[in-house]
Design a binder for this molecule. Structure first.
Ligand SMILES: [Zn+2]
Length: 125
């Protein structure tokens, strides 16, 4: 008897933003660990393409600004991109949150053909 199984594949492409935002790192060594997010994202894109799997990627605005080609590759492959704040941080006030949301929206809505537009928000924390 065949079973129907539904799986929702989602990824956070936080890259450098998690070190700057969540961990408030100031050390270049710590922040540089975020560079490997690009490597992982590209490996995942290859795997998803080989298996013909759709997915959703939550991408902070800082990551969209720092790695635009990778984020455009995610969108070009047909994956959804979710709003994930700008610096992957917890804003202290509603005004800070609104500013962070708008900045992340602007970063996520770019791209050469506008396909990077973020869908629903998911706060980092
Ligand atoms: Zn995240």
């Amino acid at each position: 008897m065949a079973k129907n199984v539904t799986v929702c594949l989602t990824f956070d492409f936080d890259a450098i933003s998690v070190w700057i935002g969540t961990f408030h790192a100031r050390s270049p060594s710590a922040i540089s660990r975020g560079e490997f997010g690009k490597v992982g994202a590209e490996r995942l894109l290859t795997l998803l393409r080989e298996r013909n799997l759709p997915s959703t990627w939550f991408v902070p605005g800082h990551t969209a600004d720092a790695f635009p080609a990778t984020v455009e590759a995610i969108a070009a492959a047909g994956h959804e991109i979710g709003h994930h704040g700008y610096f992957h941080d917890r804003p202290a006030t509603p005004e800070d949150e609104a500013r962070d949301f708008d900045r992340a929206t602007a970063a996520s809505s770019g791209g050469s053909d506008g396909r990077r537009a973020a869908i629903a928000p998911r706060p980092p924390a």
